[in-house]
Write a protein that binds this ligand. Sequence first.
Ligand SMILES: [Zn+2]
Length: 145
Amino acid sequence: MKYWGYFAAKLIAIAALLSAVWPVFRMVLPAPQPFLYEHLEQMGHDLWYTALVYGFWLAAAGLVYLAVLDQKYRCRTCLRRLRMPIARGSWSRLLTGRPHTEYICPYGHGTLKVPELHLTGKEPNDWAEHQDIWTELELLDTHRR
Ligand SMILES: [Zn+2]
């Protein structure tokens, strides 16, 4: 819930920023000139206005893309950025050990596997939550005995 709440907060912040910037752009642009005593729609007839709308839309899409990309590489538990990417698998063992990159939370909450090979379309990232580190160490110790 915290993970998706943070993502929603980022989207709301982007929407607030864009809705604050858009009126400023509208004020900066000069008023449209009448053409043959008729006021035409600005979009598609005024070059600067049309270019501004397209640039604004591109910036908005870029901000949403950056928010999604940032969210993808965050810990699902503590929301910290995942670190220490390590290449795993091999291109020569496609059936048993596909190549992928693993990222871990610096506080040990989990591991994110990002596949490098997409055979049947876009394969989803695999988030594996870790248990408590002391529990895992005790399990290792009991398996040795
Ligand atoms: Zn974490």
